[in-house]
Write a protein of this length. Sequence first.
Length: 227
Amino acid sequence: MSLPADTPPAITDALGYLQHHLQELTKHQNASEHTINATLAGLTAQLQQLTQLITAPVPTVAPPPIPLSPPPVSPPSPVPAAPSKQRTRPKLPSPPDFSGKWSSGRAFLNSCMLYLRLAPEQFTCDEEKIFWTLAFFKDGRAAKWSENLFRQEADTSIFPIRSWTDFEQQFRSQFFPVNAEADAINTLEGSSYYQGNRMVDDYLDSFLILASDAGYMDPRTLVVKFR
């Protein structure tokens, strides 16, 4: 646009500035329109792609074939277990009743100890062994000694014999011959000890017991005394 020749310079400069600014705004507007159009085009393309994905038919997948079940197999018949062989234990005779006689004290104690060794599972502690043995003290000195033990327990709330070893020692002191060794020596050294009318087996058993009580271990001594 041409201006008159007499236009003041200030107005000319202002118009030039405005014209230049208008040109810059036009450039920016064109650039913005281009950017917006590009953005719209990209969004439109993405929208079309999503629409195609939504409207496209979903392919059907065939289910896997069902495997045929094998015919039922019957479990094997159990093999009968062989009968276990249990060890049978011979029936043990109980010791005889004990009256406290010195002559039968050793035999009674041996009978009790034999039973305890052959049937240890029947006893869980020494106290049970002691009470079981006392159950055969039925009369005589043995019954009185047993009664005295239980009286002591009633007075003190404690049974006076605590172990089988202690019981065995007290039994020997109470019911074994006091002078067993001296009596056996006197019998074997005496001139009246002979077999006589006794059977050989009976005489031999008696002789071996006396020799054991007397402490005779020398075979030569035993030969001399066996008559």
